[in-house]
Design a protein around this ligand. Structure first.
Ligand SMILES: NC(=O)c1ccc[n+]([C@@H]2O[C@H](COP(=O)([O-])OP(=O)(O)OC[C@H]3O[C@@H](n4cnc5c(N)ncnc54)[C@H](OP(=O)(O)O)[C@@H]3O)[C@@H](O)[C@H]2O)c1
Length: 219
């Protein structure tokens, strides 16, 4: 698949490594420009591009930047993407890092709904609670008793299927965590956030979540 990754940090870098290793055609961008991504491109065979070009022709786009950066992404970011593009959002709102975002805290929308509105395109929330290093270190084949599971939330069922298949290829099981309005169940501070467990453990943790934003994650 043709995959665009916007953000080349802990998560974006490791997804670039794994997705290229699986044979996908990956374009990757950061805020400072493709010349600063030469090393990652050489290491992985990915193409370093400008953020405004990352989604061009892509069937899957991964947005993996600090939440505070989302409003600063180029406008029309997804305009040139393939029809039916699935957009992954790995973001977490950390008031200490992102500053207080009233749209999330006061309006009671989920973090990914806020991001989706800025992007102007439906998103699928996945990998937000996965340690970046686990993307490299913990992939396991389907059926392996050690295989970890991750929750996947989003409203576009076709995109969700595409994303779940890709996450499976990356070596993780998935649990359908509902629509984007349900995605508070996997936000920072919830039982599933950072949990290393299989399908049953993830289901149980999602069910135990409280909709109240934890004190530590309020600005
Ligand atoms: N780290 C983890 O283990 C982890 C796990 C799950 C989820 N997450 C979440 O996933 C997101 C990314 O986390 P991370 O740890 O990978 O972040 P990170 O290491 O800080 O990397 C952020 C990346 O976003 C890029 N970026 C920032 N502003 C941009 C812009 N306007 N246009 C294009 N690219 C931009 C940065 O580019 P420059 O360096 O050029 O500025 C950098 O490549 C965050 O929301 C985080 O909370 C992180």
């Amino acid at each position: 698949m043709k995959i665009g990754i916007i953000g080349a940090g802990n998560i974006g870098g490791n997804l670039t490594r794994r997705l290229t290793a699986l044979g996908h055609d990956v374009s990757v961008a950061n805020s400072r420009g493709p010349e600063t991504l030469r090393q990652l491109a050489e290491e992985t065979g990915a193409t370093a591009v400008r953020a405004e070009d990352a989604a061009k022709g892509a069937q899957v786009v991964v947005v993996t930047v600090p939440v505070k950066a989302v409003p600063h992404l180029p406008s029309g970011l997804l305009d040139g993407a393939a029809e039916g593009v699935a957009v992954i959002d790995t973001g977490n709102y950390y008031p200490g890092r992102d500053g207080r975002i009233a749209g999330i805290e006061d309006e009671g929308v989920t973090e990914s709904r806020w991001t989706e509105r800025h992007l102007g395109h439906p998103v699928i929330k996945v990998f937000n609670g996965t340690y970046a290093q686990d993307i490299l270190d913990r992939p396991r084949p389907a059926g392996d008793p050690e295989r970890l599971a991750v929750p996947v939330a989003g409203d576009d069922e076709q995109a969700k299927r595409t994303v779940r298949a890709l996450v499976g290829e990356l070596g993780f099981d998935t649990v359908d965590a509902g629509g984007l309005d349900d995605s508070w169940r996997q936000q920072p501070g919830t039982p599933v956030y950072g949990l290393r467990a299989g399908v049953e453990g993830v289901r149980k943790a999602l069910a135990e979540a409280s909709p109240e934003r934890p004190e530590d994650f309020r600005g």
